[in-house]
Design a protein around this ligand. Structure first.
Ligand code: SAM
Length: 278
């Protein structure tokens, strides 16, 4: 097969910035991503197939690959780059509009692999964190600073609502850094690959919605104490906010950004038990 750049040029393809089209071509890196994602048999849902270089690499290691691509002008390119990959199916459409429940019914258990534009990665990740039932985990290429946010420790500047949302469902780790020089065209940031493994019942909470509400409240005013944030978010008198914190085993002067995900879970359960949250 010709080089991806040659194929794209032959089809008169022009890169679209609005879709974050920075493609990978290096065979060693593509193989490393497939290994990092732990693809070994099984079903893969790839989001953002691009010119199909990663899709083709995934096809060699997976039993089945279902790939989404928003840009239908890539159809002839993908027909060429994926020719002979019998276990790959490409759906042209916006993944953010896909019916995830229906997709899961069809896929069974699967892993997600995605090299998406940075502004799409977080909404896509949140969909899997909040809605997915049969997803074993995600391996995503993200801007390096986003990778630090996904994997941050409590009390550090990178720790935030997304970190806590991930921690409710699984464990995230950076598997490798990817310099900007690996992409065509070259973006102006370096990237990293983050692997998130979902673990059923990892942080058991009575209500996931309550956990998310607590996390939102804790990071709403990063510089404020958790007590003040609880008072503002849930209209609690100071005395009641103190009682709730004490019942959850949390000191009153603590700031939300220093609380561990397990702390958010305890607090959510206390607020649920006291009918502040449902
Ligand atoms: N996977 C390829 C690779 O690694 O070379 C392409 C990566 S490129 C960074 C991201 C791809 O995602 C682009 O081809 C873009 O058109 C596609 N894309 C962007 N937003 C999308 C969405 N909402 N749904 C599906 N595909 C999307």
């Amino acid at each position: 097969m010709d080089d991806i750049r040659t194929i794209l040029a032959r089809h008169g393809f022009s890169f679209k910035k609005k879709f974050g089209q920075n493609f990978l071509t290096d065979a060693n890196l593509l193989g490393a991503i497939v290994r990092d994602a732990g693809v070994d048999g099984g079903t893969v849902l790839e989001i953002g197939a691009g010119a199909g270089a990663l899709t083709r690499a995934l096809s060699g290691a997976a039993a089945r690959v279902l790939a989404y691509e928003i840009d239908s002008s890539l159809r002839p390119v993908l027909a060429e780059t994926l020719s002979g990959c019998e276990n790959v199916e490409v759906v042209f459409g916006d993944f953010l509009r896909a019916d995830l429940a229906a997709l899961e019914g069809e896929l069974g258990e699967y892993r997600v692999v995605a090299n998406l534009p940075y502004y799409v990665t977080t909404p896509v990740l949140m969909r899997f964190l909040e809605e997915a039932e049969r997803c074993a985990g995600l391996t995503v290429m993200v801007q390096e600073e986003v990778a630090l946010r996904f994997t941050a420790q409590p009390g550090t500047p990178d720790y935030g609502a997304v970190t806590a949302a991930i921690a409710l469902k699984g464990e995230a780790r950076i598997t490798r850094r990817v310099p900007r020089t690996m992409f065509t065209p070259r973006p102006n940031v370096d990237s990293a690959i983050v692997r998130i493994d979902f673990e059923r019942g990892r942080l058991p909470v009575v209500s996931e919605a309550a956990y998310r509400a607590v996390v939102r409240c804790a990071f709403a005013g990063r510089r404020k104490t958790l007590e003040n944030n609880l008072m503002n978010a849930f209209r609690l008198p100071r005395e009641r906010a103190r009682e709730v914190l004490s019942e959850a085993g949390i000191a009153d002067m603590v700031r939300g950004e220093t609380l561990s995900p397990a702390g958010f879970a305890r607090l959510a359960d206390v607020l649920t038990a006291r009918h502040v949250l449902t």
